[in-house]
Structures are given as C-alpha cells and as structure tokens.
Ligand binder design. Sequence first.
Ligand SMILES: C[S@@+](CC[C@H](N)C(=O)[O-])C[C@H]1O[C@@H](n2cnc3c(N)ncnc32)[C@H](O)[C@@H]1O
Length: 231
Amino acid sequence: MEIEIKPAKKQQGVFRVQGIPGVLLATVNATPSLSVYGERLIPYKGKEYREFSHKRSKIASSILVGLKIPYLKPNAKVLYLGASTGTTVSHVSDLLTKGVVYAVEFAPRPMRDLLELASLRKNIVPIHDDARYPENYSDIVDGVDFVFCDVAQPNQSELFIKNIQTFLKKGGGAMIAIKSRSISQSKTPEQVFDEQQKYLNKNGLEIERSVSISKYHKEHQVFLGKWFGKK
Ligand SMILES: C[S@@+](CC[C@H](N)C(=O)[O-])C[C@H]1O[C@@H](n2cnc3c(N)ncnc32)[C@H](O)[C@@H]1O
C-alpha cells in the first residue's frame, strides 16, 4: 500500500497516516532527522513527519477517538503537567509553531531527557518542579491558553485546578487524563470518572467533552473543559 498523509479533519497540525502498519497519526517534525522516543520518521512530499503514537500519548489517542482540542493552536501558550521524558511534549512542540509549552516534571531521571529535548527545541520551557505547588514556578509561567495534566496521581484533579486557577486565562481550555486505578481501587471506573467530573465542574471548569481512551490506555478517561474563572 502506498503511503498517504492528510490533515486530520478535527485537529490543526495533526495528520492521518495511511500505508504504514500501526502508524495512524503524525506531526510535522520541527527537528528534521531527529526521533525522540523511537517513533517513525516519514518523509512525504518534501516534509518530514513524525509518527504521533496513540499507544504512547494520551493526547494522540484522544484525537484518534475523535476529540477536537481547539485550544492547541500554533500560537498557544500551553502548560503541560507531568511531562516525563517529553514523548507527548515533543508533539505539542511540533504543533506550537509560534507558541510555547511549559513542561513540568518533578522526577530527576525523566527530567534529564526532557532537558536534552528542550535544548533542541526552543519552544519547550522545562520546569523541574512539583505541580502541586504552582507558586514555585509562577515567575516562569505567564498566563496560558491551555493546561494539560497527565500526572497519574490520586490528587491530580486538585493540582490540576490549582494550576488552572494560577495560570489559565479566562476562556482558556484545560484537559486531564484520569486513570481510575490511580484514584481508587475499590470504586468502579464509572464512579471515579463521575466524581472527578463533578469536582472539576464544581471548581469552575465546564466540561465540554469527555472521551474514553481505554482502548489504548487501560481505564483512562479524558476530560476537556473551558475555564470561566474561579468559583
Ligand atoms: C503518566 S507519566 C506522563 C507521560 C507523559 N505525559 C507523556 O505522554 O509522555 C506521569 C508523569 O508525571 C510525573 N509527576 C507525577 N506527579 C507529579 C507532580 N506532582 N509534579 C510534577 N510531575 C509529576 C511523573 O514523574 C511522571 O513522569
């Protein structure tokens, strides 16, 4: 089968790939010839694309199941909580051709890789800190258009709201990937997701869409909302 790459219908800067087994999405590589996490590099019609792995990235799998994230625009300022080694951050960096991503990670080991990635990509600002304490990095981060949270911790909705309250512009968007097991082993995933959604709504994040990405990331639900300010 011949390779074909077309813009994804719903997400600016993301492309659908046909003709390479297992590869479904891609972004245009901002650092040609460099692969970040072993993803495929695909030259096509004068550009180099990078596989955007739906198995590795919760943003990619959300897009694949039909979520549109309108806040991820080329000139957006994004706050990314739980950056790890930068697998997904690198694709956010590809999308933000005129924007910036503040990438927060507290574990020293993944931080080393993230620092190396940021040295090659000028729109990544790495922040080695604990996302529970946004005040620690309030002198680095400016008002942002979009907050994404993927820390896989029991208290993640609280720290997510705290960061939103500190940095997100009114009318901005925020998205969180919730793994039910990291919140409760005794409740059903449905109960956990329902409670988390109520907590987010109560705190001023109006949930616009919620999608299950359990097909690719076990017992994960993603919530995307709009921020109207502190309640
Ligand atoms: C599921 S991994 C993130 C994967 C990453 N989002 C990706 O797609 O490439 C969760 C990360 O959050 C980090 N983390 C957990 N709690 C944190 C906190 N309070 N502050 C900053 N980072 C945290 C962990 O060290 C880990 O690297």
